[in-house]
Design a protein around this ligand. Sequence first.
Ligand code: NAP
Length: 680
Amino acid sequence: MPKDAAFRDIHSFAAGQWVAPAAGARRIASAIDGEVIACAGNDALDVQSMLAYARERGGPALRKLTFHDRARMLKALALHLKEHRQALYDLSFDTGAIQSDHLIDVDGGIGTMLVIASKGRREMPDGHAYLDGPVEQLGRHGHFMGRHIATPLQGAAVHINAFNFPVWGMLEKLAPTLLAGVPAIVKPATATCYVTEACVRIMLDSGLLPEGALQLVTGGLGDMLDHLDCQDVVSFTGSAETALKLRANPLLLERSTRFMAEQDSLNASVLGPDATPGTPEFDLFVKEVHREMTAKAGQKCTAIRRIMVPQASVDAVIAAVKERLSKIQIGDPRRETTQMGALVSIGQKRDVLKKAALIETEAERVFGDPDAFAVDGADTTKGAFLPPMLFHCPEPDTALRVHDTEAFGPVATVMGYRDLDHAIALLNRGQGSLVASIITNSGDVAREVAMSSAAFHGRLYFNNRTSMKEATGHGAPLPHMVHGGPGRAGGGEELGGVRGVLHYMQRTAIQGSPDILTAISNHWVPGAQEKSDKPHPFARSFAKIDIGDTLHAGPRTITLEDIETFAHFTGDTFYAHMDDKAAAANPFFPGRVAHGYLLLSFAAGLFVQPDPGPVLANTGLDNLRFMAPVQPGDAISVRLTVKAKTPRNEEYGEVRWHVTLTNQEGAAVAEYELLTMNAF
Ligand code: NAP
């Protein structure tokens, strides 16, 4: 194996040790000139001790932390990576990627981690169990309740990643996994693992991760999958062929090991029938197609492969896309003027040409000649360069290959449709995709496509003149939205905010008395024990308030004068409060009733402690229900109970209070959750 100063040994990080390549190592070549630049892999890697290290060290250490602790750790890790990202850019050029591709991979990965961290702080509790859905009353008198909780799996998450995004591909899985409290073993694709290795080194060197939380396998994975059990997860990204081979492992099947697959996909974009040449949508469509064909040299799992346009616009679309493609500068990714770099390897280039040849049996190549194209500053015979190739399929109904062949490079096929039904039929022939885009300014077109096609796609991206300035692009998976798709796309799902975290957790239905549910969930459940009201809960700091602390106040009798005063003061003279006869004619009211908002105000008047103290602000009110009318002469009482506490920062945290208003007979007339910010 040739070795010079630039040659790098790519290590694995196994059971706390960096392990150098040895027997079984694979060579890695630069995409730019085909020179061997590194090697990775070691057949002697002890996969069983890696799993034990994750399960016995990493898992327990992570599970000791709360969701908020882990979210803070992720944020710090992301900021640390941001400081060191130049090193990752520098390495990434050899993968064929240009600077704007690095931004998608490196900055996109860091940004994803930051969003997941922020969602962890805002949408998950500062505890160890995630509450999934509301409490269900299972017994008639409220002594037997149920709710769903999610707790971290107690095994390891094995992430097998594709070559195209060596940083984003790792971080978009790592962030939800660590937030869930599960250790990860990352196995990047060999072709670009030197970038992933550098990123893992930065994270481990930061000292921010507990021991055992992150390990790395470069090169072959050995027989690790044979040693997984029901507490482990495999999260795979790559080709359909590899996914099929791996998920069919009999031991994974026997042990019901979770297996998520994100695989290749024949993503499509539809130009709406309304988006004729000359409209802003037409130009937008051409721009999106061009970007998806050329960003990362078309090596994006979400890239547009099939382009569906109204029959009458086929020529205009081809002409406009060709015009843009003809201006693209292909070349050495390190040159600032380069707009499209190389594919990842000569092997990948060969594969794309083979797939393009299959497509060419059903479609005419209208742009891009792989045997004659200009490359700036690099040798086309050595580097993995290809021009963008646009095809036109005149008979998409009888064609097969254009709907099922993923040429994972700058390749896409235009096809005409007769009407919207025809467009939808073609769209769904991809048999499941990660994303389909529809460029239209018509709500009717959008609704029709969504209803007839959403079941075939993980994401539908609509764009038009209103959204185009802010839209994030057909091909960009966002941490807030699910990424994955049915059928051909693998049937998996990632990201989507907290949804993505739950893939690494077990959802369990818990049933029991209100006290038992409160103890497990750390959320007060109605019917559970009420704790002290002394001193007044509003006089206690965030740290001194306990779940279940309860204050009872009242009664206060509601008079007709109260109602009149409130009505005239606020201007709310709705007839149910002002006109006895009209109110009684309404099926909900016996006669004139108090305003619901009057009751809320009186409740606050009953429970508030007026002096300056730890309660800083009332920040909202959730789940308000008015349950029974209150008439003049009725007397209301209020019960205020601490339901949950969520720290927000070093200075204050949110307290969620369960508030119930009852009348003189003890019947509930209103219920809600009050939110306050309380100082520590
Ligand atoms: P691939 O050849 O299927 O490889 C994917 C991963 O599987 C690599 O890490 C590879 O490692 C590993 N692998 C292969 N055989 C294995 C085995 N027997 N045991 C364990 N691991 C094994 O895919 P790729 O060429 O890297 O990526 C391109 C494909 O990924 C495209 O089809 C693209 O559409 C798809 N993709 C999908 C998404 C998505 O989110 N849906 C995202 C990106 C890419 P080695 O490299 O060491 O062989």
